[in-house]
Design a protein around this ligand. Structure first.
Ligand SMILES: [Zn+2]
Length: 145
């Protein structure tokens, strides 16, 4: 019995999954032996079905999501440093003013000098993290364009 190519192509997925009857599959095999076009269709079917579920596109999307997430983490990290360093610098300056300076009876000036460079260091850290944050945000904007 010779079936038309259309009938065979309808049966091919079932044949490939081995869910059609023995009679159908022997008919398909018979047809495939004499019909290179249908054999080609079966090869295409195999390629399609054996492709991994996550295609290249899927992997790319996943990578973009994880990259964005990493960048967001970096931005929150620099924001955290900004906040902490700003607070620390302010604390140092306030502490310096609160403690104030006094002159000891022997004439030496006592001031919490150490607080000034510490405050400057925190201000520097604040500026650096501000720049980093700005750069990260700009990079993210470029990537999302
Ligand atoms: Zn055919």
């Amino acid at each position: 019995m010779r079936l038309s190519c259309e009938v065979i192509r309808d049966l091919l997925p079932l044949y490939y999954d081995k869910v059609c009857s023995k009679d159908s599959s022997s008919l398909v095999e018979e047809h495939l032996a004499s019909c290179p076009q249908c054999l080609d269709e079966l090869q295409k079917l195999k390629v399609d079905l054996e492709k991994p579920i996550i295609s290249d596109g899927g992997i790319k999307v996943m990578k973009n999501i994880s990259d964005t997430w990493k960048k967001d983490k970096r931005i929150s990290f620099t924001k955290g440093i900004m906040l902490v360093s700003a607070l620390a610098a302010m604390t140092c300056i306030i502490a310096f003013n609160v403690i104030g300076s006094k002159v000891l009876p022997d004439g030496t000036l006592v001031e919490p000098f150490a607080l000034i460079p510490i405050a400057y260091i925190f201000v520097l850290v604040f500026i650096i993290s501000l720049i980093c944050n700005f750069v990260f945000l700009k990079k993210r904007k470029i990537n999302t364009k």
